[in-house]
Design a protein around this ligand. Structure first.
Ligand code: NAD
Ligand code: LMR
Length: 329
C-alpha cells in the first residue's frame, strides 16, 4: 500500500532557488523514492502567476510521487497542515553587500511566516530557513513557536559543509565521499567556522592527509567563508542550484536519518552546548539519531583556534539578535 502524501511548503517558490528545488522534491530526492508529496508553493501575490506556471511544468514532468501542488500568497493556506516548511522567500544580496545587510528587509518576512506556521502547520512541522541572514531569520520565526516545537526551526549551513568537503576533496585528490565529520559552526556568514580539526579523509585526520596547516588555516577557511560572494561576483546572482541541493541534503538527512553516524551541519537552537548562549540559532555538528530527530554532537575537543573562532561568530549572532530584538515574540 502506498504511503500517505506528505505536505511540503516552499516559500519564494517563483524564485531562483525555488525553481531548482521544487522539481527535485517532486522527484523524491527530499523524502525518498516511495514517499508521495503535495507541494505548497508560497510567494508574494505578484508572483502567484509565475508559481502557476511552475505548477504546469511540474505536472508536465509526470512525476509519479507528485500527489498535488497549489500556489498561495496566504500564510494560512500556504502553511496549512504542512509537515515541512522550507523558507527560501527573501531578498538575495547583491555585489558589495553582506548577508546581514538584508536583516532589516528580510527579518520582517519571518515574523508573519513564523506566526502563520505556528498557527496552521502540523504540530510536528520541521522548518528549514534558507533566506538570508538565515540564522537570525530562523530565530525570528522560532520565537513564534508556541504550539509547534521551537527545536524544529533550523537554518541552512549544509551548503557551507558541502563547500568545505569539496575543497578538502579537491586538495587531497580523494573522492568527496571520503571526507567525514566536517562540520561548520556558527553563523552562515564570513565568521562561520568550518572545523577541520574533527574531520577525516579516508579515515585519517585532515591535517595529516593535507599536510599543509597554512593552507587549512588560510586559503581553505577563506574560500569556504567567502564562497557565496565569489559566486555572486562570477554569476551576478547568488547560488541557486547548489543552495537547493543543500536544502535537499539538510531535510533529507533529518527526515530519513541518512548519514546517521556522520556529522551534519545544522543551525539549530543552542541548548548551551560548548558554551554557546541558549536559544541562538547556531550551526553545530549534529547527528540524526532517528528519522526526524537530531542531536548536537557532544564531547568534541575545542582547541584555542576553534574557541576564538566560535567566540567571533557567537558575538556576530548576538549582535544580529540585538538588531532584531523588536521582531522577537
Ligand atoms: P530570488 O530573488 O530569485 O527569489 C526570491 C523569491 O522570494 C521571489 O520569488 C520573491 O517573490 C519571493 N519572496 C519575497 N518575499 C517573500 C515573502 N514574504 N513570502 C514569500 N515569498 C517571498 O532569490 P533566491 O536566489 O531564490 O534566494 C532566496 C534567498 O535565499 C535569499 O535571501 C538568498 O540570500 C538566500 N540564500 C541562502 C543560502 C544559504 O546557504 N542559507 C544560499 C543561497 C541563497
Ligand atoms: C551563499 O552562501 O551562496 C548564499 O548565502 C548567498 C549569499 O548571499 O552569499
Amino acid at each position: 500500500m502506498s504511503k500517505a502524501p506528505v505536505r511540503v511548503a516552499v516559500t519564494g517558490a517563483a524564485g531562483n532557488i525555488g525553481y531548482a528545488l521544487l522539481f527535485r522534491i517532486a522527484k523524491g530526492d527530499l523524502l525518498g523514492p516511495d514517499q508521495p508529496v503535495i507541494l505548497h508553493l508560497v510567494d508574494l501575490p505578484q508572483a502567484i502567476q509565475a508559481c502557476q506556471g511552475v505548477i504546469m511544468e511540474l505536472e508536465d514532468c509526470a512525476f509519479p510521487l507528485l500527489a498535488g501542488a497549489k500556489a498561495s500568497a496566504d500564510g494560512a493556506e500556504g502553511f496549512g497542515d504542512v509537515d515541512y516548511a522550507i523558507l527560501v522567500g527573501a531578498k538575495p544580496r547583491g555585489p558589495g553587500m553582506e548577508r546581514a545587510d538584508l536583516l532589516k528587509d528580510n527579518g520582517k518576512i519571518f515574523t508573519g511566516q513564523g506566526s502563520a506556521i505556528d498557527a496552521n502547520a502540523r504540530e510536528d512541522v520541521r522548518v528549514l530557513v534558507v533566506g538570508n541572514p538565515c540564522n537570525t531569520n530562523a530565530l525570528i520565526a522560532s520565537s513564534r513557536a508556541k504550539r509547534t516545537n521551537p527545536a524544529n526551526y533550523t537554518a541552512m549551513t549544509r551548503l557551507d559543509q558541502n563547500r568545505a568537503m569539496a575543497q578538502l576533496a579537491a586538495r587531497s585528490g580523494k573522492p568527496v565521499s571520503t571526507v567525514k565529520n566536517l562540520a561548520v559552526w556558527g553563523n552562515h556568514s564570513p565568521t562561520m567556522f568550518p572545523n577541520w580539526f574533527d574531520a577525516t579523509i579516508d579515515g585519517r585526520p585532515v591535517a595529516e592527509v593535507i599536510g599543509d596547516d597554512a593552507w587549512l588555516n588560510g586559503d581553505f577557511l577563506k574560500t569556504v567563508q567567502q564562497r557565496g560572494k565569489a559566486i555572486i561576483d562570477a554569476r551576478g546572482l547568488s547560488s541557486a542550484a547548489s543552495a537547493a541541493g543543500a536544502a535537499i541534503d539538510h531535510v533529507h538527512s533529518w527526515a530519513t536519518g541518512a548519514m546517521t553516524g556522520d556529522f551534519v551541519s545544522m543551525a539549530v537552537p543552542s541548548d548551551g552546548s560548548y558554551g554557546i548562549p541558549t536559544g541562538l540559532i547556531f550551526s553545530f555538528p549534529c547527528r540524526i539519531t532517528a528519522p526526524g530527530k537530531y542531536e548536537i554532537v557532544q564531547g568534541l575537543e575545542i582547541n584555542d583556534v576553534a574557541r576564538a573562532a566560535l567566540q567571533k561568530t557567537t558575538d556576530e549572532l548576538l549582535g544580529e539578535r540585538d538588531l532584531v530584538a523588536s521582531m522577537l515574540a
